[in-house]
Design a protein around this ligand. Sequence first.
Ligand SMILES: *[C@@H]1O[C@H](CO)[C@@H](O)[C@H](O)[C@H]1NC(C)=O
Ligand SMILES: *[C@@H]1O[C@H](CO)[C@@H](O)[C@H](O)[C@H]1NC(C)=O
Ligand SMILES: *[C@@H]1O[C@H](CO)[C@@H](O)[C@H](O)[C@H]1NC(C)=O
Ligand SMILES: *[C@@H]1O[C@H](CO)[C@@H](O)[C@H](O)[C@H]1NC(C)=O
Ligand SMILES: *[C@@H]1O[C@H](CO)[C@@H](O)[C@H](O)[C@H]1NC(C)=O
Ligand SMILES: *[C@@H]1O[C@H](CO)[C@@H](O)[C@H](O)[C@H]1NC(C)=O
Ligand SMILES: *[C@@H]1O[C@H](CO)[C@@H](O)[C@H](O)[C@H]1NC(C)=O
Ligand SMILES: *[C@@H]1O[C@H](CO)[C@@H](O)[C@H](O)[C@H]1NC(C)=O
Ligand SMILES: *[C@@H]1O[C@H](CO)[C@@H](O)[C@H](O)[C@H]1NC(C)=O
Length: 462
Amino acid sequence: MKQSSFANLLFRSLAAAAAILPPSDNTTVTVDLSRTRGASKHWGSGFIYGIPDTRDQIPDYYYEDMKFQYGRAGGAQMGAPNRGWIWGLDEYYGRLNSTLSNYFTCRKYGASFIILPHDVWGTDNANSSTFWPGDNGDWTDYSNFVLQLMSDMKARGATEGLVWDVWNEPDIGIFWDRPLQQWIDLYILTHKILRSDPEFDVVEISGPTLAFRPLPDNPWWTLWLDQIAGNDTVPDQYAYHLEGITTQIDNDLQYTNASLKALLETYNLPERQININEYANWEEQVPASAAWWLSRFERYDAWGLRGNWEGGTALHDLMANLLTKTVNAFIYNATDYVPAPEYPVYTYYATNMTGLRATTTGSTDRQFDAYATIDNKVRILAGSRLITGNWTVVVEHLDAVSLPRSGCVEVKTWAFIGTSVWDIVTSPVDLGISKLDYVGSTLVIQIVQNDTYTAYAFEFDV
Ligand SMILES: *[C@@H]1O[C@H](CO)[C@@H](O)[C@H](O)[C@H]1NC(C)=O
Ligand SMILES: *[C@@H]1O[C@H](CO)[C@@H](O)[C@H](O)[C@H]1NC(C)=O
Ligand SMILES: *[C@@H]1O[C@H](CO)[C@@H](O)[C@H](O)[C@H]1NC(C)=O
Ligand SMILES: *[C@@H]1O[C@H](CO)[C@@H](O)[C@H](O)[C@H]1NC(C)=O
Ligand SMILES: *[C@@H]1O[C@H](CO)[C@@H](O)[C@H](O)[C@H]1NC(C)=O
Ligand SMILES: *[C@@H]1O[C@H](CO)[C@@H](O)[C@H](O)[C@H]1NC(C)=O
Ligand SMILES: *[C@@H]1O[C@H](CO)[C@@H](O)[C@H](O)[C@H]1NC(C)=O
Ligand SMILES: *[C@@H]1O[C@H](CO)[C@@H](O)[C@H](O)[C@H]1NC(C)=O
Ligand SMILES: *[C@@H]1O[C@H](CO)[C@@H](O)[C@H](O)[C@H]1NC(C)=O
């Protein structure tokens, strides 16, 4: 385990300054203890792939301790003889078996499972010269594929907790090498086939699952929205991905939740559950960014599945880099699993942050955010998006949790450390207790952070 710089955390009691601090700025987040938002569903406790095809290879407690809620897979990157439908029925069954194994792992922990039909079809073994669904206007083979897959899922009792993600990232060439309209036709056709089978009523449909964001100048979104409205094929979940460049303003739920809302109004479409079923780029897979993303999912009540940047067999292992192995990380069937740096963040978030959620605001520049819950303790998880800075957490309305309007609280601090997904970090570092004075029911916690990866948690009794 690499040593981390957690000695750089400084507290300053700013009781006197509290009254004049702005409610939010580029370095401040706020937590309003008087406005609760119900208990958390742990919206961010999911990841894509990361589950071994061998059942029970990763011990139960790794799923249970993080309250695993959502998986997503379809047998991607399996070589011959498991390359998918386009190579014949046997190769289809190879991928289906991997998919079903992952489905049953998810269900064991009560998690939902998103099936990726484009992987079962075999897009990762296709190219522009290969046969794609609907080529030459012929949908027979694709329809047979959908019907076969539905029939096999029913036969195996694999429809409960299932989400059918119609086609992954058609706006990226490797997953869809055909015109936009051919994909919309695919979406509408698939939706109609699924909904024509009453046994599939229990299965949710998600789309458009675009890699790029819901913006009014993105025709993949606008033409799709227009035509699903006309054809009465609105999915049960609007799914899309946020894995772009960290500083892009629209690579952020704060931006896209509003931009999608505006598009839905334009096309007169109903609201649906949002599922960011891939989020965070590779660099963002550090504790601070995890805290930032989780804060976003909780604020927008959106499901979030952590992106997975592994390939080959490691794609089907390591819980999307929430785990590593003491020595054999790239040996698929080795079981020397240990937590990677973000795993303790997800565990603390799901297991320790009990009670009701408090209303929070992120920093104005969108680079620092916090999530907070109220139980027998107030717990605040805070992180920045790959930047250093001097942060301020302003906790308002301590009187709402039965604390006096002024006084002193003992704040316990945890640091979630680790610079790389290959570090081993089994638990947060205890930074001890600081006594902080406050006035006006407002507590000010300051963090001086000069690394880009550490997340912090603050706790005090109420
Ligand atoms: C944090 O930054 C300060 C000021 O640049 C420096 O003195 C200190 O050594 C840094 N702390 C760590 C742990 O890197
Ligand atoms: C898939 O699994 C079934 C058992 O569930 C087995 O009979 C079949 O041979 C497997 N197919 C492939 C291609 O692995
Ligand atoms: C991809 O295209 C090449 C020709 O460009 C062809 O030889 C190859 O078989 C194709 N691969 C697949 C999986 O269809
Ligand atoms: C219905 O979908 C088809 C594509 O499958 C599209 O051509 C047509 O314009 C849509 N109808 C409406 C009214 O949007
Ligand atoms: C997010 O967008 C939905 C519409 O899809 C809207 O109902 C909801 O209020 C938005 N959430 C926030 C916190 O703005
Ligand atoms: C892992 O697989 C290799 C061959 O692929 C085998 O030799 C080894 O015994 C397996 N190890 C375990 C722990 O199953
Ligand atoms: C989180 O909760 C577990 C179970 O109660 C406890 O063992 C652990 O110490 C807690 N962790 C922190 C950081 O408070
Ligand atoms: C806040 O951040 C925004 C975006 O990065 C920047 O344009 C603005 O200048 C910053 N404001 C201050 C006061 O630093
Ligand atoms: C953060 O605060 C420290 C001292 O408290 C100061 O040396 C440093 O310049 C500040 N960093 C920023 C980015 O403001």
